[in-house]
Write a protein that binds this ligand. Structure first.
Ligand code: UD1
Ligand code: CA
Length: 459
């Protein structure tokens, strides 16, 4: 069945008090609208392909720019005259659809499995509403049923009488509409209500009056249908989402010291017996092997970390590859293109960019390694700097296997240090050093015998 999906995202979101359109505010590091589009795609894979139409208005340019990597049909709604009016703008693109699912850009955690149920309930024939029972339904449209339990209408909070206000089954807003009826139902809407808006929800009464069946489905979790209207709701949904991610991780065999103090912002895959300590942020595509330990306060973005690695406290990794049994940190920074071979060690206040560090090599203290190839079993002394940039171009440093770089060496690239060569502490190395050689490039020490210190003069 061709299943088209309309995502409403034109509203201003005035309660966010923000220059950023509401649907671009992030949950787990991704715009809310991005979550909804992914759920829409996943749903179509299960129930049948179709187009995705995103209705935009407020901040339309910004929204399109931010989500330009998605092939969706952008629909402009220049004036926000209500949810029914918003769907109306998408009608031309919906011709030929069997099922039309309506989603909301500010209800980000809707799940494809729930939408699959809803689409199945619709089956191209019935109007299917996603409803939920809430202890405190304030603000939501209420589901009105007759004595037989058949859905009769949705009444908005602002239009409801006291008896209707007491109903605890509410409209989540999400629904599946038979494609061959949608034109009729939407075109017939009026705005005679408290908010003078064209309510999408009014199609329920219309469907009932035409003798169509109105069915319902319910979501697996309440978070799936929670909308975000304020920053308070945004943070609350973020925490609920994080808690769910932590629970999934723990079920996969990860130890999480405190599920309230950890953030997952991407696609994370993990091996067995991983330990994640507090205040760890995992972003983008992160792969953690088995027996990996991530100590407190680490940020790991788009990186691959192999089995047995320990990332010590307060280290930051971005686009890095760390092989088996390495130790990184505390306070290390691996920038894009950093690649550590097995058993390498990178210690405190070390920055590594676009460089490979060979097996068993140690870069333990206060060092910058950029655009370098470091062989196996190399020892890079404290305070070493690869001078890779001449102000215009970047140059490469090559350090052979078993070399020993003395403390506080400056390696002025392009330069090659041969295998098992040594540079003396404090050297500024501007010329290549051959295998086994010792390079000393510093002022010689002079000791002046009998020198007396200056004495403070009286004024
Ligand atoms: C809507 C439902 C209500 C339901 C609630 C669930 C209607 C009339 N009411 O109410 O029954 O309980 O959602 O959260 O549908 N939008 C547009 N263009 C517009 C108006 C809205 O794109 O002209 C978008 C908004 O950006 C938002 C969504 O539609 O993403 C919902 O609109 P909103 O005004 O917040 O509806 P509610 O009053 O919450
Ligand atoms: Ca709303």
């Amino acid at each position: 069945m061709r299943t088209d999906i309309v995502i409403l995202a034109a509203g201003q979101g005035s309660r966010m008090k923000s220059g950023l359109p509401k649907v671009l505010h992030p949950i787990a590091g991704k715009p809310m609208l991005e979550h909804v589009i992914s759920a829409a795609r996943k749903t179509q894979q299960k129930v049948g392909q179709g187009a995705i139409h995103v209705v935009i208005g407020h901040g339309a340019g910004q929204v399109q720019e931010k989500l330009r990597h998605h092939t969706v049909n952008w629909v402009q709604q220049t004036e926000q005259l209500g949810t029914g009016h918003a769907v109306k703008q998408a009608l031309p693109g919906l011709e030929g659809a069997d099922v039309v699912l309506v989603l909301y850009g500010d209800v980000p955690l809707i799940n494809a499995t729930t939408l699959q149920l809803l689409a199945a309930a619709c089956n191209g024939e019935h109007l299917a509403l996603l409803t939920v029972n809430m202890p405190n339904p304030s603000g939501y449209g209420r589901i009105v049923r007759d004595a037989m339990g058949n859905i009769q209408a949705i009444v908005e909070q602002k239009d409801a009488n006291p008896e209707q206000l007491a109903i605890d089954e509410v409209n989540t807003g999400i629904m599946a509409i038979p494609g061959h009826r949608i034109n009729d139902w939407i075109s017939g809407l009026d705005n005679e209500n408290a908010q003078q808006e064209y309510y999408l929800t009014d199609i329920v009464a219309k469907a009932v009056s035409e003798g169509a069946t109105v069915v319902h489905a319910q979501p697996g979790k309440l978070t799936e249908v929670q909308g975000v209207n304020s920053r308070l709701q945004l943070s609350s949904l973020e925490r609920q989402y994080q808690k769910q991610c932590a629970e999934v991780m723990m079920a996969e065999g990860v130890t999480i010291i405190d599920p309230h103090r950890i953030d997952f912002r991407g696609e994370i895959s993990v091996g067995r017996d991983v330990l994640l300590d507090i205040n760890v942020v995992l972003e983008g595509e992160v792969t953690l092997g088995s027996n990996v330990v991530i100590e407190p306060g680490c940020i790991i973005r788009n990186s691959k970390i192999a089995d047995g690695v320990v990332i010590k406290a307060h280290s930051i990794l971005e686009n890095a590859i760390v092989s088996e049994d390495c130790e990184v940190g505390p306070f290390a920074r691996l920038r894009p293109g950093a690649e550590l071979a097995e058993k390498a060690r990178v210690g405190n206040f070390v920055e590594i960019k676009k460089s490979t560090i060979g097996r068993g090599s140690k870069v333990n203290h206060l060092t910058y390694v950029g655009d370098a190839e470091v062989g196996t079993d190399v020892n890079v002394g404290a305070g070493t700097v690869t001078c890779n940039y001449d102000g215009v171009n970047k140059h490469k440093t090559v350090i052979g296997d078993g070399a020993f770089i003395g403390t506080n060496s400056s390696l002025v690239a392009p330069v090659t240090i041969g295998a098992c060569a040594t540079t003396a502490a404090g050297s500024v190395i501007t010329k290549n050093v051959a295998e086994q050689e010792l390079a000393v490039a510093r002022g010689r020490q002079r000791n002046i015998n009998g020198w007396s210190r200056p004495v403070k003069q009286a004024n």
